[in-house]
Design a protein around this ligand. Sequence first.
Ligand code: COA
Length: 191
Amino acid sequence: MARTSAIPRSAPQTAQMVGPLRGPIVPSPASSGSTPVVSGSMTVEEHPNGVRTRPATEADRARCFELIERLTGESPTDRWPEVFSSHLRGERGAVVVAENDDGILGCATVSYNMAIRYGGEYCELEELIVDESARGLNLGRILVQRTLDDAKRRGCAEMGLYLVPTTEGNRGFYAKLGFEVLGTEMRQIFD
Ligand SMILES: CC(C)(COP(=O)(O)OP(=O)(O)OC[C@H]1O[C@@H](n2cnc3c(N)ncnc32)[C@H](O)[C@@H]1OP(=O)(O)O)[C@@H](O)C(=O)NCCC(=O)NCCS
C-alpha cells in the first residue's frame, strides 16, 4: 500500500551552529526517555542534556522554515505560514521541535490522513531534520519517537514515510526506529 510524504529533493545544506551538546541524549530502554511536563496546552517533554521536545509555536516559524528549507532545498512560499499555522492547530498535521536553552536543534512534521480502511486517521512523517551541529546525538530518534507518541495519543493507526534516492541513506536510521518496508510507492507529480 502506497505511503506518501514530502522528502528533500536536494542534499541538506550547511547548518547554522547551535549551542554545544555534551554527549548523546540517551532515551531509556522503556520509552523515549522523556519526562512530560504539561505547560498550558503544550506538552513539553524533557530529555537528558537539557533537551526538550514540544509542539511548535508561531514563534518557532522562522527557525522551522530555515530547517525545512535546508532539508528540501525549497524556499518558503507565502503558503508555508498557512500550512504551519494549520499544523499548530492540529488540523491535518503537527510540528514538533527539539530544543535546548540555545535554541531549536531540529524539527519533525507529520500530516494526518483519513482512510476508510482504518476507520480514522493514519499519519505520515513529512519533514525531519536535525541541525548539522547536533546530529548523531539521538535527536533524530527523539523527534521521531515524539511524533510516534503524539500520533498514537491522537488515535492514528500507523505512521508511514518514504525514501527517495537522496534520503535512501537514512533507511538504517528508520529501521532502528522500528519502521519496516511495506509495499512500493508510485507517484504522479502535478506541476
Ligand atoms: C536523519 C537525521 C534526522 C538523523 O538524526 P540524528 O540525530 O543524526 O540521528 P540519531 O543520533 O537520533 O540516530 C539514532 C540511531 O540511528 C543511527 N543512524 C543515524 N543516521 C543513520 C543513517 N543515515 N543510517 C543508519 N543509521 C543511522 C545512529 O547511529 C543511531 O544508532 P544507535 O542508536 O545504534 O547509536 C539527521 O541525520 C538529519 O537531519 N539528516 C539530514 C536531513 C534528512 O536526511 N532528514 C530525513 C529525511 S528522510
